[in-house]
Design a protein around this ligand. Structure first.
Ligand code: AMP
Ligand code: MG
Length: 358
């Protein structure tokens, strides 16, 4: 292999200010030389969710420091960096602009290549940092804003086979935590309190479980958690409801993953080992990891999760996507701007809104 490329990645699509220096390895994986993530949990805690203007201001205040820290930790100076990759969407436009513009300016003044990265592609490629995975593979992307099943056929070539028709899985965790007053951010606190509860104490709905292929629906589940929470009088009941919610999410994800695996088998005829990667913030959840490993064994898939530091939003995945796109000469247009909506599969139907028929 020719020279190993080293990229700086920048991520500011939501409430994490992140920068990372990543170097490619000769075996197709990557070495993360630094991975700095500054979370804005404190800023948003009192609002129980992300406030875009507050998030954008925090990015502006932190981004230069975070980039410097990523360079220092990697023992690289900016002139050792071969290219810069920044998230250009989807996300909050006021937030995206901060990381994108500083990345573009650094690249311009340093005469380095600049790559605009789709945040969802960053997540989708993230397991390849630590694992040798070849296309095609099946992806479950579960985060605060997105829940999708995709067939990753190649770089820049993704087919969406399922998505949520209402709430994202991470959003359902966050809303449940808010309803039960378990603290912010929601996912990790629901997981923590669910350990103290009995997972079969409440019977909750499994929306569209037997229809709609591997599409997901979670709004009805959240509404039922809200309804049942009104009768709660003790902490134990609260933990039981958290545990039952998490168990219901597991049942939904296992069933829909099984369907997605069948669809993958129908679409891709392959004799080689099939891979299933689970990415995004929710992929950090231990009970979900265990259940998805079980269904993967049953369906004959190798199940791969990124390390937890690469599950939530991070810039290592952005730098890594940048290196791979640069190698394949997949550049976005020079005058491209940031975007709030940017689906990985532009032909996928938009499955939201009233009157939806599945
Ligand atoms: P991301 O959008 O990829 O940054 O992921 C953030 C989302 O992941 C939020 O909705 C979190 O509540 C959720 N999340 C993070 N950790 C966990 C966990 N351990 N269990 C469930 N959800 C989680
Ligand atoms: Mg994300």
């Amino acid at each position: 292999m020719e020279k190993k490329l080293t990229f700086l990645g920048i991520e500011t699509s939501c409430d994490e200010t992140a920068a990372s220096v990543v170097q490619e390895n000769s075996d197709g994986t990557a070495k993360v030389l630094s991975n700095i993530v500054s979370s804005q949990i404190k800023e948003h805690k009192k609002f129980g969710g992300v406030v875009p203007e507050i998030a954008a201001r925090a990015h502006v205040e932190n981004i230069d420091f975070i980039i410097q820290k990523a360079l220092d930790k990697s023992n690289k100076k900016i002139n050792h960096i071969d290219g810069i990759a920044a998230t250009a969407g989807p996300g909050l436009v006021v937030c995206l602009n901060v990381g994108y513009n500083i990345g573009k300016s650094l690249a311009k003044f340093g005469a380095k290549p600049f790559l605009s990265i789709n945040h969802l592609e960053g997540h989708t490629l993230s397991p390849g940092i630590e694992n040798k995975i070849s296309f095609p593979y099946l992806v479950l992307l579960v985060s605060g804003g997105h829940s999708q099943f995709l067939i990753a056929k190649g770089l820049n070539n993704y087919k969406q086979i399922g998505t949520t028709i209402d709430d994202a899985v991470g959003e359902a965790f966050d809303k449940t935590a808010k309803i039960l007053d378990l603290g912010y951010p929601g996912g990790p606190s629901v997981e923590r309190f669910a350990k103290k509860g009995k997972k079969d104490s409440y019977k909750l709905p499994l929306p569209i479980i037997n229809k709609g292929g591997c599409n997901l629906s979670l709004a009805g589940l959240k509404t039922d958690v809200l309804r049942k929470s009104k009768n709660i009088t003790t902490n134990q009941e609260k933990y039981n409801l958290a545990a039952s919610f998490q168990e219901t999410i597991n049942k939904i994800l296992v069933k829909k993953t099984e369907i997605a695996m069948q669809e993958f088998d129908n679409e891709i005829s392959s004799n080689s080992l099939k891979s299933f990667v689970v990415v995004g913030g929710v992929a950090a959840n231990e009970s979900i990891r265990n259940n998805l490993k079980k269904i993967s064994r049953k369906m004959n898939f190798r199940c791969i999760f990124p390390s937890k530091e690469f599950c939530g939003d991070n810039a290592a995945m952005i730098a890594w996507a940048g290196i791979q796109r640069f190698r394949k000469k997949l550049f976005e247009k020079e005058n491209e701007i940031v975007r709030s909506r940017w689906p990985l599969d532009k032909d996928a139907p938009f499955l939201k809104g009233p009157g939806l028929k599945l």
